[in-house]
Design a protein around this ligand. Structure first.
Ligand code: PML
Length: 262
């Protein structure tokens, strides 16, 4: 049987997070990837890392092959319009306005958690460690799917690691039946586009989710029913690899999304 490895990198400078990357690769590609990740950490625009941690782990289970969520960008122009649209879209799949408001509030407090919050549809926090949250790991994309994704994103001028990695993570997370949807605000002070995601409507990018210069952010997963332990095990341990790419569209408005919802 072909052996797969999860390769994960985290880099910091003076104790501050600089960059992170991860993927799933077959044995022959591991050393090239280690070189690529190390190069990325040593020449990052935020500064040269002084500590790089690498984990190279042989996977005991064959990765689950999945598709990306369809991607589009909403025509939002301010944090207020982002919140309004997010409430409308997430409410249409059963997540209460209270939960969405609570998620925006908790993600804007300025305490950036390493992992994601888990929230029920009423906005009650469920993750066992409220400070660390739940970190999603062991995900990747096949070489073929990656080159298709690059082509589709290039047409939209979005072919960069930030979008690709966020789409891969959201596609893994939202594949689980207990996950209804997700809200993400980047903690990068210069990155002001976030997203909401869900199986019913895909990955919706949200320009102007926050004002420039603010370093808060993070992820909230809205969950329903089922056993929390199994969900956390899936998010952290189950290897998932993207092998098919769904459509990637440009600007859309909220009404179009609500009309097209599965
Ligand atoms: C995108 O532009 O689609 C990505 C948005 C979220 C980025 C989260 C991050 O900072 O990694």
């Amino acid at each position: 049987m072909k052996k797969f490895y999860s390769v994960r990198m985290r880099a910091s400078k003076d104790g501050m997070h600089i960059s992170g990357a991860e993927g799933i690769y077959d044995k022959n590609h591991v050393s090239d990837i280690v070189q690529k990740y190390t190069g990325r950490a040593l020449s990052h625009e935020k500064g040269r890392s002084d500590e790089i941690s690498l984990i190279i782990e042989e996977l005991k289970k064959r990765p689950l092959k999945i598709s990306t969520l369809p991607l589009c960008t909403l025509n939002t122009r301010s944090p207020e319009s982002v919140k309004k649209a997010s409430v409308k879209i997430l409410r249409s799949i059963g997540i209460t306005e209270r939960a969405v408001e609570e998620a925006f509030k908790s993600l804007s407090l300025g305490i950036t958690m390493r992992g994601a919050m888990l929230m029920d549809i009423e906005g009650v926090r469920l993750e066992p460690d409220l400070l660390r949250g739940v970190r999603v790991t062991r995900m990747g994309i096949t070489e073929n799917a990656d080159s298709i994704l690059s082509k589709k994103l290039s047409r939209l001028d979005l072919n960069n690691n930030t979008v690709k990695e966020a789409l891969i993570l959201a596609s893994k997370v939202n594949r689980h039946p207990m996950i209804l949807g997700e809200l993400c605000i980047s903690d990068d002070p210069d990155y002001t586009t976030g997203y909401i995601a869900g199986r019913a409507f895909g990955y919706i990018r949200l320009p102007h989710i926050k004002r420039r210069g603010l370093s808060y952010g993070g992820r909230a997963f809205f969950i329903t029913g089922g056993e929390l332990k199994g969900l956390i095990e899936y998010l952290q341990q189950t290897p998932v690899i993207i092998s098919r790419i769904n459509n990637c569209r440009g600007k859309v408005n909220t009404e179009e999304i609500l009309r097209k919802k599965k």
